[in-house]
Design a binder for this molecule. Structure first.
Ligand code: UDP
Length: 516
């Protein structure tokens, strides 16, 4: 039975039927998309789900909301007003990918807490379907204000962590040992150093130890609040699976302490089985799926390279031109997803010329691509990725090897996992972050030349025996990922344990099953 078509809930015991999970995502594609998957997985397991969103974001996921209602999955989408203009953000700036420049980023993050009052007012209104009051909140870790809402409802707050366990455990280590790491980097003349006590020689760079935001009091306060509130969370839900990074799950558990359950529930993207669920994931696709699939069907198995840098990362036009020329030079078929081309003078025209030169072999998607549709097609063999955690996991789940091109945040440590630990990737060689890329919009910044692009893609798609072994390992990981999500698999059990935990907690406090 396909979950998307399911009307009845799976494994639904009377005990879980009255459980009501309130999900609060961060309004950013990389955080919202997996939370939508989580909402549907929870509903399929027989619990009621309310999903907090805002008008612009709801419009983006409306096709999914329609699929949910057609399949009678018990999910309510709670549409709360987001007063962007009240805090100086442009009208309708309700998602991180709509922020006009890096200068607005902190304002956007702080503005998320303005959802608190409308959410509490909403929760006070008796609901027409007589759903019980929420039994728990699953909140994005960065939505720290939800701790107060959980407290006022006297229910547990479980946090949803977008990133990998390697990132979370290494980041904690960095936070706890910053001075020591900084001295070690200085002693190594600014070169990266290895984090001690890990099963793999994981290197961290100066920019990861001394992140630029640390000197900004506003950002420091935001991060401190998130970290403080994280301590009070009842448990942590992670979009990863045990078999992918067992050492780092263990390490993260040790760091969080015995009393705090850490539940693996991913790769959440594998919830989406049907093409209509995949093609509408995140937002409407900028390309006709039929045209795309026809083109992919014409290519040889494993021959196509997908290039996409997620929803936020931005590169300068000079950098994009180098990337495009590198791709052209490989002579291999490719799909290149380019965002914000219209904001760069001359970029669209340059892309059109490129399309002419590579006609039949290269496809440029301007805007939003149905990423999992592409990655899971047999024609796709490689992925040039910014190493956002969702993209990384989606490539793992599709058995596709990666050229790693991190831009900021957790992406550098995800690269280490892909290249050094799992050995399913080739690093393009980025040394410095482009914080959001946004700050460089007007500058001529090139970090990776066309030669490096060509070299990395060649090594990935060819690469002799080493390349074959990489591809074999990627296929093995794909099978492990699928097994983790199947009934009885590690992530399937992880979600089961989350539900059990909430059921027990509701039982103890007698809060389950009460109407508003
Ligand atoms: N995505 C997509 N189409 C695009 C760009 C991104 O479907 O054109 C999806 C991608 O599959 C992933 C998410 O958006 O699920 C991006 O999350 P990730 O963590 O990879 O990167 P972020 O956008 O947070 O930097």
């Amino acid at each position: 039975m396909s979950p998307t078509m399911s009307v009845e809930a799976d494994d639904c015991s009377p005990n879980t039927k009255s459980l009501h999970f309130l999900l609060v995502p961060l309004m950013a594609q990389g955080h919202m998309i997996p939370m939508v998957d989580l909402a549907r997985l929870l509903a399929v397991r027989g619990v009621l789900v309310s999903f907090v969103t805002t008008p612009v974001n709801l419009a983006r996921i409306q096709p999914i909301a329609d699929q949910v209602s057609a399949s009678s999955l018990p999910i309510h989408f709670i549409e709360l007003p987001f007063p962007a203009t009240d805090v100086g953000l442009p009208e309708g700036c309700e998602n991180a990918d709509l922020i006009p420049s890096a200068a607005f980023f902190l304002t956007f993050m702080n503005a998320q807490s303005l959802l608190r009052d409308p959410l509490e007012s909403h929760l006070r209104i008796p609901n027409a379907s007589k759903w019980p009051k929420p039994s728990c909140i699953i909140s994005d870790n960065l939505q720290h204000w939800t701790a107060d809402v959980a407290l006022s409802l006297n229910i547990p707050r479980i946090i949803f962590h977008g990133p990998s366990c390697i990132y979370m455990s290494c980041q904690r280590f960095i936070d706890q040992n910053r001075a020591e790491l900084q001295s070690a980097i200085e002693a190594a003349s600014g070169e990266p150093v290895i984090i001690r006590g890990l099963p793999h020689p994981i290197q961290v760079s100066k920019h990861e130890v001394m992140a630029a935001w640390r000197s900004d009091p506003g950002w420091s306060k935001f991060v401190e609040t998130v970290q403080l509130v994280e301590e009070s969370a009842a448990g942590v839900v992670v979009n990863s699976f045990t078999e992918l990074e067992p050492w780092y799950f263990e390490r993260y558990r040790e760091m969080m302490g015995k009393g705090k359950p850490i539940w693996p529930v991913g790769p959440l993207s594998l919830y989406n089985k049907e093409i209509d669920a995949k093609e509408t994931r995140g937002r409407a696709s900028s390309v006709d799926t039929n045209v795309l699939l026809r083109w992919l069907d014409e290519q040889e198995n494993g021959s196509v390279v997908l290039v996409s840098f997620g929803s936020i990362a931005r590169d300068t036009m000079d950098q994009l031109v180098e990337l495009g020329q590198g791709l052209e030079a490989t002579g291999r078929p490719f799909i290149w997803v380019v965002k914000w081309a219209e904001e760069m003078q001359g970029m669209n025209e340059w892309l059109t010329e490129l399309e002419k030169r590579v006609e039949g072999r290269g496809m440029v998607i301007r805007g939003w691509a149905p990423q999992t549709v592409i990655l899971e097609h047999a024609a796709v063999g490689g992925f040039v990725t910014h190493c956002g955690w969702n993209s990384t996991l989606e490539a793992v789940a599709a058995g596709v090897v990666m050229v790693t091109w991190p831009h900021f945040a957790d992406q550098f440590l995800n690269e280490r996992l892909v290249v050094d630990v799992l050995k399913v990737g080739v690093a393009v060689g980025v040394k410095e972050p482009t914080v959001l890329g946004l700050e460089n919009k007007e500058e001529e910044v090139v970090q990776v030349g066309r030669g490096e692009v060509e070299r990395a893609v060649e090594m990935l798609m060819g690469g002799g025996e080493e390349g074959e072994e990489r591809r074999l390992r990627a296929k093995e990981l794909r099978e492990k990922a699928k097994m983790a999500m199947e009934k009885g698999g590690s992530s399937w059990e992880g979600l089961e344990d989350v539900i059990k935990y909430v059921a027990e907690s509701a039982e103890k406090t007698g809060k389950g099953g009460h109407p508003f």
